[in-house]
Design a protein around this ligand. Sequence first.
Ligand code: IFM
Length: 461
Amino acid sequence: MTTTPTSTPDPLHFPPRFAWGVATASYQIEGAPSEDGRGASIWDTFSHTPGRVRGGDTGDVACDHYHRLDADLDLIHSLGVNAYRFSVSWPRVQPSGRGPANPAGLDFYSRLVDGLLTRGITPWLTLYHWDLPQALQDQGGWPSRDTAHAFGDYAAVVAGALGDRVKHFITINEPWCAAFLGYGIGIHAPGHTDLAQSYAAAHHLLVGHGLAVQAVRAHAPGAQVGITLNLYEGYPATDTPQDRAATRRQDGFQNRWYLDPVYGRGYPQDMVELIGDASPQAQGLVLPGDVDLMGVPTDFLGVNMYSRTVVEDAPGEGFLHSRAVRPEGSEYTGFGWEVAPQSLTDLMLRLQRDYDPPAIYITENGATYPDTVEADGSVHDAERTRYFQSHLGAIEDALTGGAKVRGYFAWSLMDNFEWAEGYDKRFGIVHVDFATQARTLKQSGRWYRDFLARTRQTVGV
Ligand code: IFM
């Protein structure tokens, strides 16, 4: 069982100039799906397909952020953060995924960036957080190499337009989700269920990452660029060789398949063999130069962390012959994800030891709970507050152990469209009443704001 640190994190234990932020993503908050020339994305199509998203929810309105930009910027500012992570909707900028930029689409992000800078907040821009232009999906989507090239061109457009002011770029958010959930098991857009397609998609997402890093370097000189991976540290259910081997396979599937290529090592051979015919190698998709392209040097590693995986050997179960188990006696969030802050420390130390990134940023961390809303709309989310405290405590421990953690972004600024779960799962530190769009700071948001105020007093962010 993992222990949950109960002490309050100490601002003094974080380095100066630490990035303290909140994070969001375009499709999850913006709404305005066809305004100002925006094209359709795979998530518009998917969410409008009956049976795909809980309750038939769509991102058509979401948090209506597109129309409430200034008020939301004031809200972000009121938290006292010094960084804000958002994503650009590719089909707002290039409605069909290619060709000249749509000026109105770019203008929205230009105003967002200016609004942040005016308020003293550093913009962290994610180029791809899953809203692929539908037109590109119609031409094959991520399983097609052309999409990686289109992504590189799009990255050049965005970096060229905003790179004079944006100095932190994240290429791709969670390629594992985009590839496996989207093309492998079909619970995310575009809803395909084909393991080979998912590995083709994963390969082209990583190639696209490499092309986007090059584009950012060319068009936004001096900017820092990295990728965000969703990583879960694995632990064997028992200390048997079988469970340890199963944990290693799970780690290969979730973590090493992305980390190894991003750090220039190509794909892990044990996994290439296990994936067999579905691997990009067996499909003939790994071209000369790809290993270098996927491993083009980056300035930081973005890590999204929510939980850990406890694994047991399960011969015959899936291609990994393993299954995740639910340890008894642990705490779980509303998604059924185990609260495992110690695993964040372990993960940070392991990343530093095995890959030695120049800097690590926690680009997402947070929890969903069935929030109880008081008559005045306020939310006393003590569990979420404890979740943040324990995970910041885990980062303190990782820093003490030598991990170069340089920033933390709480997921999420506000309740939003949680993909296949629609509006049922709330991750915000700000509560959103989706009927009125009223925003109310939750207890966790107040705690984070007060913690950041102490941080400013002590280390002067
Ligand atoms: O809401 C998502 C986010 O878009 C990507 N990372 C995980 C979050 C919670 O599921």
